[in-house]
Design a protein around this ligand. Structure first.
Ligand SMILES: [Zn+2]
Length: 234
């Protein structure tokens, strides 16, 4: 039952879709608090895990450190004008962390469907601490938190650090992106990942250079397997 107070609150503070700016309708837009059903239905579904993994194998060949990879949605570019990317930019730079929280829940459902649940640890890909200071948060922490909650797996927010502040990679060539990401991450003192199956969480998977660099550090520290889950595969 919808209370009078709820109707009153909705009237004063109507919730809007962060993608198309239309007002959310209580009866139609039940599956999300920030995005209307129409927009959610319009997002391109991600390629299959096999398809994503084959792309990674082709790109990284012998230096591939990721075993399995999964995504919720697909986008043909990182352009901010694409509806799904608009939400990612709001999650990253606009303070709308709720986008990460809710997409994290959807990502957990997709992980369950694909039987990707056998993990000892979930790790959000870290951002550099200077960038965290500037933004106030790491967007991937919110996605990982939901995935951990739904799948009931522990999340480690602080065991890897990003030691090099990389500038935006969008303009770099694919080969340079890969080179640019070598030795960017390190495991923090005394963190132990030996023998663990780990799921890395990030908002976007483009070439996979960032995530593969992170996975490489985990394997070098004797993790058993590193898989990846992201919101968007570009
Ligand atoms: Zn919408």
């Amino acid at each position: 039952m919808i209370s009078f107070l709820q109707i009153f609150t909705d009237f004063l503070f109507p919730k809007i879709c962060l993608s198309c700016r239309n007002k959310l309708e209580r009866k139609i837009d039940v599956s999300s608090d920030f995005c209307c059903q129409k927009c959610l239905n319009s997002f391109e579904v991600a390629p299959s895990t096999e398809e994503i993994e084959n792309g990674l194998i082709t790109f990284f060949q012998d230096s591939l450190a990721i075993s399995r990879a999964i995504a919720l949605y697909a986008s043909h570019s990182e352009d901010e004008n694409i509806a799904i990317m608009r939400l990612i930019y709001k999650l990253k730079y606009g303070g709308f962390t709720k986008i990460g929280t809710e997409f994290g829940r959807k990502l957990a459902e997709v992980l369950e469907k694909n039987k990707m649940l056998d993990y000892d640890l979930i790790i959000p890909v870290p951002i550099h601490k200077a960038r965290r200071r500037e933004r106030g948060y790491n967007q991937s922490d919110f996605i990982a938190n939901s995935v951990g909650e739904v799948t009931r797996k522990p999340v480690a927010y602080n065991i890897i650090e990003r030691k090099i502040y990389t500038t935006t990679q969008t303009k770099l060539s694919l080969e340079n992106r890969r080179k640019n990401m070598q030795n960017v991450f390190q495991l923090k003192n005394k963190s132990d990942v030996q023998g663990m199956k780990i799921l890395l969480i990030d908002d976007v998977l483009t070439t996979g250079s960032t995530i593969n660099s992170c996975a490489t550090v985990l394997l070098e520290n004797k993790a058993k397997q590193v898989d990846v889950a992201t919101i968007v595969k570009v």
